[in-house]
Ligand binder design. Structure first.
Ligand code: 5GP
Length: 207
C-alpha cells in the first residue's frame, strides 16, 4: 500500500467580508497538515497586506508572463480590472506530499478547479443573509461606497452559485463554522473513493 495518500484540495469561496480568511487561518492553526495557497494578483495591496503572505503582488506584464509560462492552475479577471491566479507548483507539490491545500478563490475559479480536479472539495462560506453580507462589506471600511455597491452586486452573483458547491457554511459564530470545516475534512478523508489503496490491499490479502 502507498505510504502516504495525496492531500485534499479544498476550494473556499464566498462573498467578500464573510470571514473566509479568518476561518481558513483558524483551521490551519488547528491542523499543521493544511497549507494555504497564496495567489498572485495585479490589484494594489490593502493596508496591512504583506507580499507573499496575502498575495504575490504583480504588475499586469508580470502576471501575463506567468500566464504564458503556464504557471497558473487557474486564473481570472475579477471585477473587470484585476487579475487573480493560483500558482500551480505550490499546490501540486503540497498535495503530492500529503498536505491538504486551501484555495481561497472566486466562484469562476472554483468551477475551473473542479473541472481540472474533480476530487476537489468545494466549500461556500456565507453570512446568514444578504443584508448581513452588505453590512459586513460596509463595516470593513477599506473601500469606497461605490466599491461596496459593486462588491455587493458581485456577492449576489456568487450566492447564486451555491448549488454548484459541495458544502455551504454559514459563518455566524467563528468556532462553529471552523468546526464544520473540520467535520467536512474528516468526512472527505473517509470517502471510499479516496481509499482505493486501502481497498486494494484488502483484496490482495484475500487472494
Ligand atoms: P480580494 O481583492 O478581496 O482579495 O479578492 C477578490 C476576489 O478574488 C475574492 O473572491 C477572492 O476569493 C478572489 N481570488 C483571490 N485569489 C484568487 C485566485 O487565485 N483565483 C481566483 N479565481 N480568484 C481569486
Amino acid at each position: 500500500m502507498k505510504e502516504q495518500r495525496n492531500g485534499l484540495l479544498l476550494v473556499v469561496s464566498g462573498p467578500a467580508g464573510v470571514g473566509k480568511g479568518t476561518l481558513d487561518k483558524a483551521l490551519m492553526e488547528r491542523n499543521n497538515r493544511i497549507k494555504m495557497s497564496v495567489s498572485a494578483t495585479t490589484r494594489a495591496p490593502r493596508p496591512g497586506e504583506v507580499e507573499g503572505v496575502h498575495y504575490f503582488f504583480k504588475t499586469e506584464e508580470e502576471f501575463k508572463a506567468m500566464v504564458d509560462q503556464g504557471e497558473f492552475l487557474e486564473y481570472m479577471h475579477v471585477f473587470g480590472s484585476n487579475y487573480y491566479g493560483t500558482p500551480r507548483s505550490f499546490v501540486e507539490q503540497h498535495l503530492a506530499n500529503g498536505y491538504d491545500v486551501i484555495l481561497e478563490i472566486d466562484v469562476q475559479g472554483a468551477m475551473k478547479v473542479k473541472q481540472a480536479f474533480p476530487d476537489a472539495v468545494l466549500i461556500f462560506i456565507t453570512a446568514p443573509s444578504m443584508s448581513e453580507i452588505k453590512s459586513r462589506l460596509i463595516g470593513r471600511g477599506t473601500e469606497s461606497m461605490e466599491q461596496v455597491e459593486k462588491r455587493f452586486a458581485t456577492a449576489f452573483e456568487e450566492v447564486k452559485m451555491i448549488p454548484r458547491y459541495d458544502y455551504v457554511i454559514v459563518n455566524d459564530v467563528v468556532d462553529k463554522a471552523v468546526h464544520h470545516m473540520e467535520a467536512i475534512l474528516e468526512a472527505e478523508r473517509c470517502r471510499v473513493s479516496r481509499s482505493s489503496d486501502l481497498i486494494e490491499s484488502f483484496m490482495e490479502i484475500g487472494r
